[in-house]
Design a protein around this ligand. Structure first.
Ligand code: HSE
Length: 428
């Protein structure tokens, strides 16, 4: 039996899941891979607040040096959130020659290049399955299982908080604020959910997936990001009328000119597999040149699902399997810049909701403006006018250049054909 002394820094929700599985399922690792995984030292800012120290069997400390200075600990699980402090800790661990397993997607998306370079210089590795989609082994799928595929596209629901809120708005018929409050009450949303609902967390995860899938640098600034804060129950209801459901999607699509990258609330047709990924689940559709379409669905957050991913990395690292992959494959190491397609050149289907005065010629004016901009309409729906004399016209389009569609909408609003700014969403 190979004994491995492990360190942990950061003892929050996911850290708790790691401690629980290591204590409860030690025999599983013995039986599966001949490993005796021993959590030797836990570093946390607040050891005195932890009443459950004895149960871990580990030494609990508030000094990072108890990890960096311990030659017996060669691998450290890094579960520290945020960016600056997390990066400082990660750097200190790498400098000390420790392999690092992290769940911190913001740190990797923003500082990954410098951290991977440092790891390579020190002859150690950084493993990060838990950084994207919690318990879904999507990093391993892209890295290993799909190695024989050019990746043509990824469309994914990568934030459980947003998916819970959107699902709840639809199933309970409530507005955004009420659905968010419920997500917070049930513990799905953070007290400060800004980075979830504004799309930032999804963009960090998309940057990591795209770096692996398309083998090049992905600057975060190259991802256009819209959140779900301005989605209303009217949007949700309209989507249903058009046979779709609104999801916050991360999209990476390979085109001849380069890669389209965006995070945006998107109408997903009801017969698309991502339309059925509800509540706090994550779902990822990968288009591979050989495999064609692959769907991965599962819990994208939570203590035990995320710990499952952390411990998969741990086994890979302590057996040396991960180091082999990291050194052999150009995985998160390519310096090539992936050409990105600007928004105006993106090829997407769209949805627009026009609020118009109920009078002759308005529909014709909208149709001719769309036509004059080269926008080809897929479907149109007009509801009955309300007593004040306004009516709602909804249209979806065939895929076309995003720039043409947005110019047409601007022209329609500017021409006074509408009485409110037109609502525009992407359509998958
Ligand atoms: N807050 C994220 C979510 C999980 O709601 O999916 C961690 O990235």
């Amino acid at each position: 039996m190979e004994r491995c002394a492990i360190g942990l820094v950061g003892w929050g929700t996911v850290g708790g899941g790691v401690v629980e599985i290591l204590a409860r399922d030690r025999a599983l690792f013995h039986d599966r891979c001949g490993l005796d995984l021993q959590l030797k030292t836990i570093v946390t800012k607040t050891p005195s607040r932890r009443r459950d120290q004895a149960a871990t069997g580990a030494r609990v400390s508030d000094r990072l040096e108890d990890l960096t200075g311990d030659p017996e600990i060669r691998t450290v699980i890094h579960l520290v959130g945020g960016i600056d402090e997390a990066t400082r800790i990660c750097r200190a661990l790498l400098e000390a020659g420790k392999n690092v397993i992290t769940a911190n997607k913001a740190m990797l998306a923003m500082r990954g290049d410098e951290l991977f370079a440092l790891a390579a210089a020190k002859g150690v590795c950084i493993a990060f399955e838990a950084a994207v989609a919690g318990g879904i082994p999507v990093i391993a799928a892209l890295r290993d299982g799909l190695v024989a595929n050019h990746i043509d596209g990824i469309a994914a629901i990568l934030n459980g908080t947003c998916n819970f809120i959107l699902t709840s708005m639809e199933s309970r018929g409530v507005g955004y604020a009420e659905a968010l409050a419920e997500a917070q009450r049930l513990g799905y949303a953070e007290a400060d959910p800004t980075l979830d609902v504004d799309g930032t967390d999804t963009a960090h995860k998309l940057a990591i997936l795209a770096r692996i899938a398309f083998n090049g640098r992905i600057p975060l600034t190259g991802i256009r990001v819209e959140g779900i804060q301005s989605i209303t129950f009217d949007d949700i209801r309209s989507a249903r009328t058009m046979g779709a459901r609104i999801k916050l999607l991360a999209v990476a699509q390979r085109r001849d000119q380069g890669l389209e990258l965006r995070v945006a609330p998107t109408l997903v047709p009801l017969d698309h597999p991502l339309a059925s990924v509800n509540a706090n689940f994550n779902g990822i559709v990968i288009q591979g040149s050989a495999v064609k379409t692959l769907l991965l669905v599962g819990p994208g957050a939570g203590a035990l699902p995320t710990a499952s991913a952390v411990l998969a990395d741990l086994v890979d690292v302590v057996t040396g399997r991960y180091q082999f992959t990291a050194s052999r494959f150009r995985f998160f190491r390519s310096d090539a810049d992936v050409p990105l397609v600007p928004e105006a050149e993106e090829l997407t289907s769209s949805y627009a909701r026009f609020t118009v005065p109920d009078r002759a010629g308005v529909l014709a004016g909208i149709a001719s403006t769309l036509g004059n901009h080269g926008v080809s309409v897929l479907s149109v729906y007009q509801g009955a006018p309300d007593p004040s004399g306004s009516a709602v016209i909804e249209a979806t389009t065939h895929p076309q250049r995003g720039g043409a569609f947005l110019s047409a909408i601007e022209a329609i609003d500017r021409a006074g054909l509408t009485i409110k700014p037109t609502v525009v969403l992407r359509r998958l």
